[in-house]
Ligand binder design. Structure first.
Ligand code: 13P
Length: 248
């Protein structure tokens, strides 16, 4: 399995930020792990062009579930692919919260992504209230079951565990808490898609990953990479996280 360092720029970055992507592409011509940047849609094509021929992959942050049609303001999976994307983040908690995306919708979007030849990065995670109530595994198990597309394989699915309360807060779960969730997800995936495929699905941890905590998180069994927000905006910070993953 090739581990994955994925950066989610969210709604950050103007044309000038392409310099950070170029720095990464130049610094990692032959990385030991896969490197993915998901910029805002406006930067997708220019980032793909600026890093063309490098080891850096680019991805979208969302797509529509339909292939085309009267959906003003939306972007299809094929359009992302056409712009140079090979991945798309789906079901991020910010979209589940801001745009009322359900797991059923995330699954439909993931189908659209697979049809277009994109690899979906399906995000799941509990809120703080759900963790406090002791229902973390129940919540993320239900999200996983209902969000992943039929026919998903190790080669065509990435799952990101992002506790909502750890996103952008500087707070992270304890190492045993991350270990518990990731072992649970691997077992749950085994039940959904079979042991051979489940063993190869990259399970990313996301939520306040930074250079100072990356190594200990990457040492956790079944953590196969990270989905990084704030710390992916600067090549120096993201590079330190890539280095930690490469060394794990
Ligand atoms: P932060 O790394 O900024 O906490 O964001 C995590 C995230 O939501 C990545 O998708």
């Amino acid at each position: 399995m090739r581990k994955l360092a994925a950066g989610n720029w969210k709604m950050n970055g103007l044309t000038s930020a392409l310099a950070e992507a170029k720095l990464l592409a130049t610094a990692y011509p032959n990385p030991a792990c896969e490197i993915l940047l998901c910029p805002p849609a406006t930067l997708l094509a220019p980032m793909a062009a600026a890093t063309n021929g490098s080891a850096l992959a680019v991805g979208g942050q969302n797509c529509h579930q339909n292939a085309s049609g009267a959906h003003t303001g939306d972007i299809s999976a094929a359009m992302l692919k056409d712009a140079g994307a090979t991945y798309v983040i789906l079901g991020h908690s910010e979209r589940r919260a801001d745009h009322a995306e359900t797991s059923a919708l995330v699954k439909a979007k993931a189908h659209a992504a697979l049809t277009a030849g994109l690899t979906p990065v399906v995000c799941i995670g509990e809120t703080e209230a759900e963790r406090d109530a002791g229902s973390t595994l129940q919540v993320i198990g239900a999200q996983l079951d209902a969000s992943i597309p039929d026919g998903a394989t190790a080669a065509t699915l990435v799952v990101a565990y992002e506790p909502v309360w750890a996103i952008g807060t500087g707070r992270t779960p304890t190492i045993p808490q991350i270990a518990e969730v990731h072992a649970f997800l691997r077992a749950r995936l085994t039940g959904l898609i079979g042991q051979t495929e489940a063993a190869g699905v990259r399970l990313l941890y996301g939520g306040s990953v930074k250079p100072s905590n990356a190594a200990e998180i990457f040492a956790v069994p079944h953590v196969d990479g990270a989905l990084v927000g704030g710390a992916s905006l600067k090549a120096a910070d993201f590079g330190a996280i890539i280095d930690a993953l490469s060394a794990s």
